[in-house]
Write a protein of this length. Sequence first.
Length: 170
Amino acid sequence: MPYKDIEKRREHQRIYAKQHKDKITKYQKRYRIKHRQAFNEYMKRWRNKHKELYTSYLLKNKEAKRRKRLAIRLEIISLLGEKCVKCGYEKNIRALQIDHVNNDGYIERRKLKNSDRLYKHILKQVKNGSKNYQVLCANCNIIKKYKCLDTIIEFPLFNIKKEWYYFILS
């Protein structure tokens, strides 16, 4: 429905965009996937051209993202019990960490690629009743990590003799 008057055309486009928001979003997503390289080049040019606007946008949203990530993390910890499963530590919530029971956290981190997606995924899993996560304090988590590493990995990367490694841990 072509409008000769620019204002009427814009108003029609605004109304259409509000009514068909999901349809437009799906189309844009498909387009970006299909034309990924061209889209990435376009975004690179846009960021270079609007450097000040882009950096101010990043700085403004950085704090909001951090707060949102912290809220999701706190919700996960509260759903999992708000204290260390092994020692019962609960004094400072900053010392509590979300642990993968099966020691497969590296797989999820690689698959999801950033902490925002990871926390959202974990929250969804915990709400669905998954028992793959637990809360550990920092001490218990690092002890668990090195006990698992002891059984899985030799340490040629660190140039440490195995006897010294056992001495360091004890």
